[in-house]
Design a protein around this ligand. Structure first.
Ligand code: PLP
Length: 304
């Protein structure tokens, strides 16, 4: 199925089955590294610049010097999409600390590993309505901003993995975590929005969220649609009694939440506000000005 699919590793294209890094890589041993998940819609790499800024900021925070400039990283992403001839894809960019010894100290890791995986993926463009899912409130709290904060898109996802296991055990699709203070934070790999009396609310950075690129675009879409949008602390009570709840993320795009624990949300899911934001998002994703075209000559990959 994945014939002809190549992975970019440190400047080379390697067949998917042969793509590997060292077992001494601290990305694997300690979750020491950063990553991005990016989408390409109809040949446009959606919000590529925003993803690059977040990747380099994540790396800066964990003191991981990326051995490529941002422009070179963009070119590398374009190159692998072209190599695999993918126009609608999910793109995973990973920068690990690289191989070191068995201690946690990153000092002995001399060279970060960079790899880029691309896969074709169905998107909002093929679904006119948002999917509806059921979620639970996790018993795990989101890691706080002075711990392994999810503000950094790091390879350390055990907090999300534990919440996902809990969701699997409870036979729901996903879990929403609260922050240390008891306010709503985010789901395992997506941000949370609620709609109440026509206005839209989403947790702020204080709740230890990853500032999602989709979240950012949805906030702007709300403004473009003339909807009131507020970033603020949200209580579990407000979540359960919202008219509508939806999640946003690069991979999941926009999904409606129909049920939390055993509580049905609002009157029907997806609700009217979620629907209109979804429709606007669908229109936005493949607009040229929303990203970087992967297959236009002006963006030709300059191999060294
Ligand atoms: C913890 C977490 N929160 C939120 C998001 C959504 O962010 P984005 O819209 O940039 O994909 C993700 C995406 O992977 C995530 O891992």
């Amino acid at each position: 199925m994945h014939d002809q699919n190549y992975v970019y590793i440190n400047g080379k294209f390697v067949e998917r089955e042969k793509a590997s890094v060292s077992v001494f890589d601290h990305g694997l041993l300690y979750g020491d590294g950063v990553f991005e998940g990016i989408r390409e819609y109809s040949g446009i790499i959606f919000q590529l610049k925003e993803h690059m800024v977040r990747l380099y900021n994540s790396a800066k925070y964990i003191r991981l010097p990326i051995p490529l400039s941002m422009e070179e990283m963009e070119q590398a992403i374009i190159s692998v999409l072209r190599k695999n001839n993918l126009k609608d894809a999910y793109i995973r960019v990973v920068v690990t600390r690289g191989a070191g010894d068995l201690g946690v100290d990153p000092k002995l890791c001399n060279r970060p590993n960079i790899f880029i995986i691309t896969e074709s993926m169905e998107s909002v463009l093929s679904l006119s309505e948002p999917k509806v899912i059921s979620v639970m409130i996790s018993s795990y709290r989101r890691d706080s901003t002075d711990a392994t904060s999810h503000e950094v898109k790091s390879l350390n996802y055990l907090n999300s993995v534990l919440a996902k296991i809990e969701a699997n055990e409870m036979e729901v699709n996903d879990a929403i975590m609260l922050d240390r203070r008891g306010f709503v934070s985010e789901a395992t790999v997506s941000n949370v929005f609620i709609v109440k009396d026509g206005s839209v609310h989403t947790p702020s950075g204080a709740s230890g969220i990853l500032r999602g690129i989709t979240r950012g675009r949805v906030i702007r879409l709300c403004e473009e649609l003339g909807l009131e949008i507020k970033e603020r602390d949200i209580t579990p009570y407000e979540l359960f009694t919202a008219d509508e709840v939806f999640l946003t993320g690069t991979k999941s795009e926009i999904v409606s939440v129909g049920k939390i624990n055993s509580v049905v949300i609002g009157k029907s899911s997806p609700g009217p506000v979620t629907r209109s934001i979804y429709r606007a998002f669908r229109k936005a994703v493949s607009r040229r000005e929303e990203g970087v075209p992967a297959f236009e000559e002006s963006y030709a990959y300059r191999s060294k």
